[in-house]
Every structure is written in structure tokens, then in C-alpha cells.
Ligand binder design. Structure first.
Ligand code: ATP
Ligand code: MG
Length: 439
């Protein structure tokens, strides 16, 4: 018999089916045994009657056994239906039960509970088992849809997918936040951004995107940082200015949220959350932001350097004023942005750069980059760096490059904020932080 996905069992009422899955929970009622069995598609209740073959093989079956069952799908009487379950209208009367795999240790957590009720450390220590929990799995179904939608939005915009090297010969762009590794007989560094390579690729392909691992050696102890994350990057040429880039990022975010809203309704419902309303994303300059924060919250932005509290405040203000969960903050001061940022033509102490904030947290940084070798060389010096160290990078612009720019978008923060997760680590399959390298 062919396997039936559990979610489809109600369509087979009155028929025999074969299902495979894990035992979620076992309940004994006198001589009757009930099993909730789940596979990737859903969960269904099984009943095992005394005297059947299944009654013999079920004797030692407990939670998380992997099983195969053949049985009859029976419509349940109206009053016995389970409205919380997609398969709640049926029950499967098992004929045979075969154990395909069984736990050999005591299970450290009960994953059948809707809410695991364990702290973050316990959740992550028992990650492989915790991932079987329906709410935990929902995070990664949404994450999967996010990656698919980003890919789709980028290709739809004419972007070519690239993969840039993550092992680098030198720690250019900054220095302090690079992990140093042994590379045969010399030192190498793990990439903390695909910045230079995506600009180089832009100079050939015009529009490129990358979904890639980013390594950050910063010793953070926050709810929004990990030391290894997945960046959703893009770089585009022949722009009119940073407005072209923001428009493209806005289009992309809307595409992502629309898809997640449609494809992941059930997953969002588990968290009582929904995707942001589709409204125009406001653009507010840092100097306007400073005025707003002073007037509304009595908060001073020293040197226009917005901190986590300021980001929360401006998001709250934007939500109540414009009904938007997202906001672009624009024109960051030159000294707070990387040396390759394009200075604003009317005031070079500001840059043509932006951050995108979502529900109180930065999810992306982007902007227009300098595309002239001479100007770039001057800027490198101005930042106290040595142009000699940036030969390959400056070369990109010696061959003729158009006005261009792009963004770096953090994938995990999007899911964290979308679901209201306490920590970004819940949105990473196996997170790496200062203390954690296992599992
Ligand atoms: P923050 O100021 O929040 O530390 P950043 O400005 O250093 O972030 P960028 O270099 O601008 O980060 O990286 C682009 C995006 O990548 C960020 O907006 C964020 O979404 C994501 N990101 C950056 N660092 C981390 C990290 N350590 N963990 C998870 N995501 C990150
Ligand atoms: Mg940033």
C-alpha cells in the first residue's frame, strides 16, 4: 500500500491507509490504546483495539517512536471531533503497527506540548529533539518560505544569484570583528560581509544577490546577535540614488511578507502573529529622527547615533503615525558608516545610506557606494586606513563602474520580529554565540 500523508487522511474516510510518522503521545484507556501520530504534514489520532495485531506490537510503544501503521479511516461522530486538528473529523483504527525506529534513552523534553515551557538554554541544548515540536518547526517553515521568497523577489527583479568566498586572505573592512583561522601555513579570516565581492560582481552583472553565511566575531550578549548568521545581500548598478535601492528593498520585503502571509497562515497563528499591513514604508532622515525623538520622547541623539532604545521609539512613533511596522532611517553621519559610503552631495558629513527597521529592530543596512577610484582612495585615507591594503577593491572602480549600491539584510531577525521571539537564537537552527558551539 502507498503511504498517505496524514493531513490527507480525512479524504480517505471508510478506506484503509498506510501512514508513517512519530508517536506524539500515547494514552491508555483500559484496554484501548490511543496514539497521536504526526508526520511532516500533520497529526492524527489512532485507536488500537484489543485483539488486533497492532495491540500486540504497541505494547512498548511510547513518545517519539517512528512507526508505520495500516488501518481504517473512520469518520468520528460530530460531538467527538477535535476542532484543533486538521484531521479532527477522523480517527484511524489500526490493524497493524510496525516500529521503524525507537528512542534508546529517556526523552529529556516532552515535545508533544504545544508550548515546550523550557528556558532558552534547555531548548538549545536539546535542539535536535526540540525541533520536533510543532511551534518550533513552524519557525523554520516560515524561514524556508522567507528564503524562497527572497530568491523569487530577487530573480523577479533581474538579479543574478552569486556565492562569494567566505575565507579571506586579509581582514579589510574594519578588523576587530573577524574570526581568524589557520589556512595551511598562514592565517586567514572568515568573511563578515560579502561587500567587496558583491560590488565586484555588480560591476559585471549589474544586479546580484547572495544568500550567504556571515561570521561576526563580536562578543555580543543581546537578543538580536549571533556570531554566525545568514545574510540576504543585494547590489545593483545604474541607480539614480539611494531611493532606487530602497524602492527595490521595499518591493522585496512586501513580496516576502505577502508570500509568508499566504503560505504560512497556520504557522503565524500558532504565535498569534500576522504579517505587517501592506502600507508604504516611510523614509525619515536621521536629523528628522533626532527631532522626533526629542519632541516625542525627550531623548537626545548624540551625534545622530541611534541606539537600540531609539530604534524602538522611532518604530513606535512610525506605527502610531503611519500604521507601518517598517521604517527606513536615512542619511547616517559619515563617521558612523563604512568608508565606501557615498557622501551626500549637499553635506558630506552625511551619507547616502539607510537602515531598515522592523518592529523596533534594525533588519537591514544599505546605501549608495562610492564608484570612483580616486574618491574612494581619498576616503580610505580620510578614515585612517591605507589604500595599499585595498588594491583589489579599488581596482573594481579603475575599470569603470556605474553609480550603485545595495543592502545587507539579516534573515533571522526578520523571523524573530515577525513571530515576536524573545531571542534571535530561536530563529537559528543551531545557533553559535560567544558561549555556544554545540550542538
Ligand atoms: P547591529 O548594529 O544591530 O549590530 P550591524 O549594523 O552591525 O548590526 P550590518 O553590518 O549592518 O549589521 O549587517 C546587516 C544586517 O545583518 C543587520 O541589519 C542585521 O539584520 C544582520 N546582522 C548583523 N549582525 C548580526 C548578528 N551578529 N547576528 C544576526 N544578524 C546580524
Ligand atoms: Mg547596520
Amino acid at each position: 500500500m502507498e503511504r498517505t500523508p496524514i493531513v490527507e487522511t480525512p479524504e480517505h474516510a471508510g478506506e484503509e491507509v498506510l501512514i508513517r510518522g512519530w508517536v506524539d503521545i500515547r494514552r491508555d484507556h483500559g484496554k484501548l490504546v490511543f496514539l497521536d501520530v504526526r508526520d511532516r504534514s500533520g497529526k492524527v489520532q489512532l485507536v488500537i483495539l484489543p485483539g488486533t495485531d497492532a495491540a500486540v506490537s504497541v505494547s512498548d510503544v511510547r513518545s517519539e517512536y517512528a512507526v508505520e501503521i495500516e488501518g481504517l479511516v473512520k469518520e468520528r461522530p460530530e460531538r467527538m471531533r477535535n476542532p484543533d486538528l486538521a484531521t479532527g473529523s477522523v480517527e484511524i483504527e489500526a490493524k497493524t503497527l510496525r516500529v521503524l525506529g525507537k528512542p534508546s534513552v529517556e526523552l529529556p523534553i516532552d515535545v508533544s506540548q504545544l508550548d515546550l515551557g523550557v528556558n532558552l538554554d534547555t531548548l538549545l541544548n536539546h535542539r535536535t529533539l526540540a525541533l520536533r515540536n510543532v511551534k518550533v518547526r513552524a519557525i523554520f517553515s516560515i524561514y524556508s518560505e522567507l528564503l524562497r521568497s527572497y530568491d523569487e523577489a530577487m530573480r523577479g527583479g533581474g538579479f543574478v544569484e552569486i556565492k562569494t568566498p567566505k575565507i579571506l586572505g586579509s581582514a579589510t573592512e574594519g578588523g576587530a570583528n573577524f574570526f581568524k583561522i589557520k589556512y595551511f601555513d598562514r592565517d586567514a579570516f572568515l568573511a563578515q560581509s560579502p561587500q567587496f565581492y558583491k560590488q565586484a560582481a555588480m560591476s559585471a552583472f549589474e544586479r546580484v544577490f547572495e544568500i550567504g553565511t556571515v561570521f561576526r566575531a563580536e562578543p555580543h550578549f543581546t537578543t538580536r546577535h549571533v556570531n554566525e548568521y545568514t545574510g540576504l545581500d543585494a547590489e545593483m548598478g545604474f541607480i539614480d540614488g539611494m531611493e532606487t535601492i530602497m524602492a527595490e528593498l521595499e518591493r522585496t520585503m512586501k513580496h516576502i511578507f505577502r508570500n509568508i502571509g499566504e503560505a504560512c497562515e497556520a504557522e503565524l497563528a500558532l504565535y498569534g502573529e500576522s504579517v505587517p499591513d501592506e502600507v508604504a514604508i516611510p523614509r525619515i532622515s536621521l536629523s528628522e529622527t533626532a527631532d522626533i525623538l526629542r519632541a516625542e520622547y525627550g531623548k537626545e541623539l548624540e551625534g545622530y547615533d541611534i541606539d537600540a532604545e531609539g530604534e524602538r521609539m522611532i518604530c513606535e512613533y512610525v506605527k502610531k503615525t503611519f500604521g507601518s511596522d517598517l521604517v527606513f532611517l536615512t542619511r547616517y553621519p559619515t563617521k558612523l558608516r563604512p568608508f565606501y559610503s557615498m557622501p551626500s552631495s549637499d553635506d558630506p558629513s552625511f551619507t547616502e545610506t539607510f537602515d531598515l527597521l522592523f518592529r523596533g529592530v534594525e533588519i537591514a543596512s544599505g546605501g549608495q557606494r562610492i564608484h570612483e577610484a580616486e574618491m574612494l582612495t581619498d576616503n580610505i585615507r580620510m578614515f585612517g586606513l591605507d589604500p595599499e591594503d585595498f588594491g583589489d577593491y579599488i581596482d573594481i572602480f579603475r575599470y569603470g563602474a556605474p553609480p550603485h549600491g545595495g543592502w545587507g539584510l539579516g534573515s533571522e531577525r526578520i523571523v524573530q520580529k515577525l513571530l515576536g521571539l524573545g531571542s534571535i537564537k530561536e530563529a537559528v537552527l543551531y545557533p553559535r554565540d560567544v558561549k555556544r558551539l554545540t550542538p
